[in-house]
Design a protein around this ligand. Structure first.
Ligand SMILES: C[S@@+](CC[C@H](N)C(=O)[O-])C[C@H]1O[C@@H](n2cnc3c(N)ncnc32)[C@H](O)[C@@H]1O
Ligand code: SF4
Ligand code: SF4
Length: 297
């Protein structure tokens, strides 16, 4: 069961502006059972914009993470919606051309070299994303970066992916670690934080080797290690600072967290959780009004 929207102030938000998607990735939390994710009767663009304006006011939302489904399937909502918020990050599967929105950050998803990415994200997906990146014009003013979700299946090919991406138009790469469901038995999960540590240490090694291209901070990776992770996830800062907005026909509803309802917090490796935890640790003030700083550490 998902919840009605919460009350209060949330500087960060993520919104699914469509439940439609042209891919069906094996790891995707959006399309898990029990989450609001039905693509049939979505509200129209104008209604959605009005609702987002009123949610911005109600919750004082500053930073919006645009998601879906595939958000570029609703370009008009993006075009008008980014005017509402101070900072905007658009996550995309990279199969459609990026639209230049000055000041915005694009997070393009890729989960490994073709032989590893495509069994998870779909046949031909890697090549399509590389084509999209190659079509980004010289004078494009949005920032373009790539996010890789690290799982047990791709942990051995992270350097190969990094090398494939460095010559492209992507300015940086962030690794996020798989967020499993409770009792997840898929081939993607390590099943324990200790087993995940090998992958976290690999990303730490890559951060040392390519400090400017890998945008995870060293400290956020330390916090992801098994000796620290539970202190962060058992008091998850995203529950305090972020409001998830999932799409349910003609309204937005909030599930338990950004990753939906049926999540295993103890094994959560979402980079945003650890990046926000680091920011709190550094600022000591709990003021997250400029959360976008974290991205380019
Ligand atoms: C749900 S997608 C929506 C936006 C767009 N369709 C895309 O693929 O980027 C947002 C991001 O979440 C990542 N993601 C999906 N399932 C995940 C999971 N179980 N754990 C961690 N990240 C996940 C995707 O790979 C993608 O980078
Ligand atoms: S492209 Fe994005 S929304 Fe679509 S299935 Fe893959 S991760 Fe999920
Ligand atoms: S799954 Fe991750 S982001 Fe969601 S509440 Fe748990 S720790 Fe936080």
């Amino acid at each position: 069961m998902y919840l009605k929207r919460r009350e209060g102030t949330f500087p960060i938000s993520m919104v699914n502006i469509t439940n439609k998607c042209n891919l069906r990735c094996k790891h995707c939390f959006v399309f898990r059972e029990g989450n609001p994710n039905h693509p049939k009767t979505e509200m129209d663009d104008e209604t959605m914009i009005q609702q987002l304006k009123s949610l911005q006011k109600e919750h004082q939302i500053q930073n919006m993470l645009w998601m879906g489904g595939e958000p570029l399937l609703r370009p008009e909502v993006l075009r008008k919606g980014i005017e509402i918020f101070k900072e905007n990050t658009i996550t995309t599967n990279g199969t459609l051309d990026l639209i230049d929105f000055p000041g915005c950050i694009y997070v393009v998803s890729l989960d490994g070299p073709p032989d590893i990415n495509d069994p998870v994200r779909g046949k031909g997906a890697f090549a399509k994303v590389m084509e999209t990146l190659s079509r980004v014009p010289e004078n494009f003013s949005s920032t373009v970066m790539v996010q890789c979700v690290v799982t047990k299946k791709n942990e051995d090919c992270l350097e190969e992916l990094t090398n494939l991406l460095m010559p492209t138009r992507a300015e940086g790469l962030t690794f996020s670690f798989y967020v499993p469901q409770k009792n997840d038995t898929t081939e993607l999960t390590w099943g324990s934080l200790e087993l995940r540590d090998i992958a976290v240490q690999e990303v730490m090694r890559l951060k040392d080797k390519f400090p400017h291209f890998i945008w995870n901070s060293g400290r956020s990776l330390e916090l992801t290690l098994s000796q620290n992770a539970l202190k962060v996830t058992r008091d998850c800062p995203m529950l305090t600072y972020a409001i998830p907005l999932y799409l349910e026909a003609d309204q937005f509803v909030s599930p338990f967290c950004c990753y939906g309802n049926d999540v295993d917090c103890d094994l959560c490796g979402a980079w945003s959780v650890f990046a926000v935890a680091e920011k709190i640790e550094r600022s000591q003030t709990g003021n997250l009004s400029n959360i976008q700083d974290k991205v380019k550490k």
